[in-house]
Design a protein around this ligand. Structure first.
Ligand code: UD1
Ligand code: CA
Length: 464
């Protein structure tokens, strides 16, 4: 169910497209369905339907789709029972329907597996939870006071009597139900209740009337069924999610300076003995090899960092689609920026305020201060001086700069691409190089230094 408006988000973005852990809430739910090997997933859309459906295309590309997706539109939104009715034409009678909400992102696959097992193709299985403050939720009404007493109905908070409002056990919003029974029960719904809605939860009393067993599968972990209705709740669940990812990383051996100050918005895989200092953000797909150390306040996206490399504080790496590779034992930062297509070989050093884009640096190359390398191929052991840049863009096209092995580029040089600096060559500081240079030569391209003797500086005129 993803048709609701999400008024309390106070946002023009449909609620289910808000992100948790870098991924739309709805994407979490669809992945959950995929994780229990659902035959198909039907997304019920309504508010912002076109936007939600288009987004589903983006987060489940047909090639790697986690589960076959279909859409059913619910317009207008007349309640959860009405929502599920819209999906019925797309559901086959021989299956079990698992009802999930697009705004409940943290349900674990094992919980759903257990619920489906309880349903066993013949029972109505409800996921329930006991809450200290059950206000607003549908209450599980049982035939007696004992916890094991037969479930008789779910009564919505607004329809509940004072006595029923004392019930702490609530319906989570998640159920597993044999589809052929669901179809028959939904046909019997009415909207004669406090909210004038078609309640999905009314099927419980039909099951009881038909003599179909109703089982409540009770869990204790509230985060698994918590929905997002407001920015505050979204932030709370984000922390829960990040906390769980941090614990999982630490259990694998990753050493986090502070598990409360880590954000993973994608997939982070780590080798042995990885250390991550505070306030680091990982986005997209990031892999850290054995012994990698990440300093404080780094943002790393779509990159792979080989064994033994050290990323010093305040470094920003974003490989986007091309990726970024950092070689074994390389040192990067502090304050470095690696952009898409940066490929650093082993033991490369990239220092402060150095930007590298779409460039390959071979083993041992160094650019330690205030420099730009764009569309460059840099040989082994090259030393690239402070303040030097590749002028790779002529205003229309990008061109390549080739710096062969063992070249020394002085400070403040401009290498106007396309250009090749021959192996072993030296470029004098302050040079603007527009032509390729031969190997082992010294190339200097700047105004010759002159000194005029006894130079008198202008003096201030005095009024007399
Ligand atoms: C529902 C349950 C309640 C349960 C609670 C758990 C019903 C009648 N009540 O409450 O017992 O304790 O969930 O959170 O089912 N939606 C639609 N179309 C609609 C209405 C809702 O798609 O016409 C979607 C919403 O976007 C949301 C989900 O269904 O994702 C649940 O709706 P919400 O209004 O949050 O739940 P309640 O009806 O308050
Ligand atoms: Ca409602």
């Amino acid at each position: 169910m993803a048709a609701g408006k999400g008024t309390r988000m106070k946002s023009s973005l449909p609620k289910v497209l808000h992100r948790l852990g870098g991924k739309a809430l709805l994407a979490h739910v669809i992945e959950c369905a995929a994780s229990v090997s659902a035959r198909q997933a039907v997304v019920i859309t309504g508010h912002g339907a076109a936007e939600v459906e288009a987004a589903c295309g983006r987060f489940s590309p047909s090639a790697g789709a986690p589960v076959a997706l279909q859409f059913a539109r619910q317009e207008p939104q007349l309640g959860t029972g009405h929502a599920v009715q819209q999906a019925l034409p797309l559901l086959a009678d021989d299956g079990v329907t698992l009802v999930l909400s697009g705004d409940v992102p943290l349900t674990e696959p094992a919980t759903l597996q257990a619920l489906i097992a309880q349903c066993d193709g013949q029972r109505l299985a409800l996921l329930t939870l006991s809450m200290v403050d059950p206000t607003g939720y549908g209450r599980i009404v049982r035939a007696g006071a004992e916890a094991s007493a037969q479930v008789r109905a779910i009564v919505e908070h607004k329809d509940a009597s004072a006595a029923q409002r004392e019930i702490r056990e609530i319906y989570s919003g998640i159920m597993a139900v044999p589809t052929r029974l669901l179809r028959a029960w939904l046909a019997r719904l009415d909207n004669k209740n406090a909210q004038g809605e078609y309640y999905l939860t009314d099927i419980v009393k039909f099951a009881v009337a038909d003599g179909v067993a109703v089982v409540a599968h009770q869990i204790t972990d509230a985060a698994q069924v918590a929905g997002v209705n407001s920015p505050v709740q979204l932030a709370e669940l984000e922390r829960v999610h990040q906390g769980r990812l941090a614990v999982a990383l630490m259990e694998q051996g990753v050493r986090l300076a502070d598990p409360a100050r880590l954000d993973v918005r994608g997939t982070l895989s780590c080798g042995r003995d990885v250390e991550i200092d505070v306030n680091c953000i990982f986005e997209g797909t990031v892999s850290l090899g054995e012994g990698v150390r990440i300093g404080a306040n780094c943002v790393l996206a779509n990159c792979s960092i080989a064994a033994g490399a050290v990323i010093h504080p305040f470094t920003h790496i974003d490989g986007e689609k091309l990726g970024v590779q950092v070689g074994e034992g390389a040192l990067v930062g502090p304050f470095a920026r690696l952009r898409p297509g940066a490929q650093l070989g082993a033991e490369v050093h990239i220092g402060n305020f150095v930007e590298v884009k779409n460039s390959t640096l071979a083993k041992g190359a160094k650019a330690n201060h205030l420099a730009y390398l764009g569309d460059a191929t840099v040989g082994e052991r090259v030393n690239y001086g402070a303040g030097s840049i590749t002028a790779n863009y002529d205003g229309a096209n990008k061109h390549r700069t080739v710096i062969e092995a063992d070249v020394h580029i002085g400070s403040n040089c401009v290498l106007v691409a396309p250009v090749t600096i021959g192996a072993g060559g030296t470029v004098g500081g302050g040079s603007t190089i527009t032509k390729s240079t031969p190997p082992d030569s010294l190339s200097v391209a700047r105004g010759k230094q002159v000194s005029l003797p006894n130079w008198k500086r202008p003096a201030k005129k005095t009024l007399s």
